[in-house]
Design a protein around this ligand. Structure first.
Ligand code: PLP
Length: 428
């Protein structure tokens, strides 16, 4: 293919994707979000071309005086949202944040006790992911199916037996907060630390709609900056323990990142300011929306998990679609109507069911950012009912999805400011 043809192709694919996901689709992947136009403008800056290895004001390169100031300021503003004066922004993803923390807390061969996959553990907490890469032994806490959570008494007993270097709570698929206080006490008793992985719920924590693990005994919190916290893709670590803060700071660079993708920093800062201004309103609306969506789905005959416990306290709704056709079929069918969710293992699924698990996971954080409230959750529940239970043609429902989506084209809970000059204004 010629350059001209390839250029044609790339332009076509990018334009199609943007138009699809930003103007036509209802995005309900629970780990995604959209940035505000202002944060986006700050993202497209010269910082994306630059390096700044090391900590602010102690870099290994010249040319970093502005990023030094921005990085310290971002640490401060995020710290003020979560009550921590020790924030590390350089991990370029949540997984790398976990890697840096795990590696400092344990040596190869040591044990870590983790919330089990049924309670939402992310692959990075397991032998198949970061824990395995670091040769740290994975020991699972027992699961309490009735409360859809870690079995607290069993986990405390296990921690006393195993005496792990650290325990991990927090997850990718969880509806209810994990028992931070009890696990922190048990792991501290045996000289270990508690890591809380807040990748999914970081925005909810900033907005005070989810319990802050650092206030309940966790020694360290890792997070992604692009899930319920609606910033650019990236990671961060917040600490309560100064020794740990210093030790991890020395390993992020040079062990896990060299360049930390500087253009994330001002965009993360603007998002943090938006969370300072609107975070509480936004986070509580997310939770109200997911609850309402769960109720509306249940009223239409869906098997929504967590009914006895009020369905959800997070941005997620989990639905058992096994009898309707399975998670793979449901997610694919919804995609044909431009409603984007992911298939998911349910607590009772065997691990080999990953390709066709029983569930779908639905997140309300992005549609909430676009201004949707409880009434709109009813409309979405209706789309799901027509597609998955009534089995109407996806192509037919899709037109209505597009018409509905047109009403939500503005990013809410965001700051406005005209003076920011982007790299596109300068580089011709
Ligand atoms: C998404 C997620 C991560 C990984 O974050 P990335 O930024 O994608 O690397 C880590 N932990 C949990 C619990 C997650 O859900």
């Amino acid at each position: 293919m010629s350059v001209k043809d390839l250029l044609e192709t790339v332009i076509g694919l990018v334009n199609e994707h943007n138009a699809w996901r930003l103007t036509r689709a209802i995005n309900m992947i629970a780990s995604e979000n959209v940035m505000s136009p202002l944060a986006l403008k700050a993202y497209v800056s010269d910082f994306m071309f630059r390096y700044a290895e090391g900590k602010p004001f102690k870099r290994y390169y010249q040319g970093t005086k502005y990023i030094d100031e921005l990085e310290v300021l971002t640490e401060k503003v995020i710290g003020s949202l979560i009550g921590s004066s020790m924030v590390e922004l350089r991990p370029t993803s949540g997984t790398l944040a976990n890697a840096a923390v795990f590696r400092v807390l344990a040596e190869p061969g040591d044990a870590a006790v983790i919330a089990p996959v049924q309670a939402g553990a992310h692959v990075s907490h397991t032998r198949f992911g970061t824990l395995g890469a670091l040769s740290i032994r994975q020991v699972d806490m027992p699961y309490d199916a009735e409360n859809m959570n870690v079995d607290v008494d069993g986990a405390v007993k296990l921690i006393r037996e195993v005496r792990p270097k650290f325990a991990v709570l927090g997850g990718s698929v969880y509806l209810f907060p994990h028992p931070v206080k009890e696990i922190a006490e048990a792991v501290h008793e045996v000289g270990g630390k508690l890591v809380y992985d807040a990748a999914h719920v970081f925005g909810l924590i900033c907005g005070k709609a989810w319990p802050n693990p650092l206030e309940r005994g966790a020694d360290v919190m890792t997070a992604s900056t692009h899930k319920t916290f609606p910033g650019p893709q990236g990671g961060l670590i917040a600490f309560r323990d100064e020794q740990l803060y210093k030790a991890v700071g020395k390993t992020v660079f040079p062990w896990f990142v060299s360049n930390h993708h500087l253009h994330r920093i001002p965009a993360t800062l603007i998002t943090a300011l938006e969370m300072k201004e609107y975070g509480e309103e936004y986070a509580h609306q997310i939770v109200r929306n997911s609850r309402r969506l769960a109720e509306e789905l249940s009223a239409r005959g869906f098997k929504v998990l967590g009914e006895r416990l009020g369905y959800t306290r997070s941005h997620q709704v989990v639905v058992n679609v096994r009898e309707l056709g399975g998670g793979a079929w449901a997610a694919k069918t919804l995609e044909e109507a431009d409603i984007i969710v992911n298939k998911n293992l349910l607590p009772m699924d065997p691990p080999e069911a990953v390709k066709d698990p029983s569930g779908i996971r639905i997140g309300t954080q992005e549609v909430t950012r676009l201004g949707m409230k409880e009434g709109e959750m009813e409309v979405i529940a209706d789309f799901l009912y027509r597609l998955l239970i009534k089995r109407e043609e996806p192509q037919k429902v899709r037109e209505e999805v597009h018409a509905f989506r047109k009403g939500y084209m503005e990013v809410k809970y965001s700051l406005k400011e005209d003076r920011l000059i982007t790299v596109l204004d300068l580089l011709k």
